[in-house]
Design a protein around this ligand. Structure first.
Ligand code: C2E
Ligand code: CA
Ligand code: CA
Ligand code: CA
Length: 278
């Protein structure tokens, strides 16, 4: 057994070493990315039931010099494990604010909101709410123009601390959205204790929408939102049929490939200009 164990260890070693190297490389690259201006925000439109533009979700992209355009799924977890998520999160806020200010300057963004994704690690920082409010105000942006999207996992650790941070953020004027709602573990009781403005219906519930389904979970979530005074936003809307069904269920905002793909700022600006013209 001893020899085969050593044999196994030798077999796995090169692969594990390669994985560790790749990770270290990404971590090193991510540190540099912040300095070298390799990060960028894409914007995915959100429209109301009548198709009017309400705003956009800002989605992070990394123009990696060797690997090409990387999606957040490929690097956010590394940022979280290494603590880089705090600097990254600040970059996202600064970038979103300066973009929004530019659109305000052009007279294109009246009443338009931007949604920003916030990691549970950021919420867990005691100074997060104060720092964020200071950053946003210093950038000349009204906190109410920003919606902070957090996932249920942000509530898993110290619930009271998280609730307190959310209350501070809400008091500062930020809108708060619970992302991927229904896929995590938050209870209805905890929902009621939090100053949330919005529930985001996870894509899995949108995919599950069928013309013949009598009891769609997406409708259930819309109803919960209504009862608790929150708006609902559906993500991952890919077909006209889904859009129509969600509108019929009373969902307030829609987002997804059928509405518009995540796009660079220049391209989203055309959306803003078009909605301004009408
Ligand atoms: P999310 O917040 O659930 O964002 C929605 C994801 O679904 C995005 O992936 C978006 O591109 C994708 N998507 C949009 N419409 C459709 C559709 O119709 N069909 C399908 N199949 N997918 C659609 P993306 O951009 O790769 O982002 C993945 C996740 O990374 C996000 O999930 C969010 O949790 C995280 N993320 C993105 N930007 C940031 C950021 O700035 N900070 C942090 N902490 N996390 C971020
Ligand atoms: Ca999100
Ligand atoms: Ca989501
Ligand atoms: Ca999702």
């Amino acid at each position: 057994a001893k020899t085969s164990g050593r044999h196994a260890a030798r077999l796995f070693e090169p692969q594990m070493q390669a994985e560790a190297d790749a990770r270290l490389e990404l971590e090193r690259g991510l540190r540099l990315a912040l300095q070298r201006d390799e990060l960028t925000l894409y914007f995915q439109p959100q429209v109301d039931a009548e198709g009017r533009l309400a705003g956009a979700e800002a989605l992070l992209r990394w123009r990696n010099p060797t690997l090409g355009m990387l999606l957040p799924g490929g690097f956010i977890h590394i940022a979280e494990e290494t603590g880089l998520i705090h600097a990254l999160g600040q970059w996202v806020v600064d970038a979103a604010c300066s973009q929004l200010r530019e659109w305000h300057r052009l007279g294109l963004a009246d009443g338009i909101h931007l949604s920003i994704n916030v990691s549970p690690w950021q919420i867990a920082q005691p100074q997060f709410a104060d720092d964020l409010a200071a950053r946003v105000l210093a950038a000349g942006i009204e906190p109410s123009a920003l919606t902070l999207e957090l996932t249920e996992s942000a509530l898993l650790g110290d619930f009271d601390a998280a609730r307190q941070t959310l209350q501070q953020l809400s008091d500062a004027g930020f809108r708060l959205s619970l992302d991927d709602f229904g896929t995590g573990y938050s209870s209805l009781a905890s929902l009621q204790q939090l100053p949330l403005d919005e529930l985001k219906i996870d894509r899995s519930f949108v995919v599950a929408l069928q013309p013949d389904s009598t009891n769609p979970l997406a409708g259930f979530i819309v109803d919960i939102g209504k009862r608790l005074g929150m708006i609902t936003v559906a993500e991952g809307v890919e077909t006209d049929e889904q859009r129509t069904m969600l509108a019929a269920l009373g969902c307030n905002l829609m987002q997804g490939h059928f509405i518009g793909m995540p796009m660079p700022a220049e391209e989203f600006q055309h959306w803003l200009a078009a909605c301004h013209a009408t």
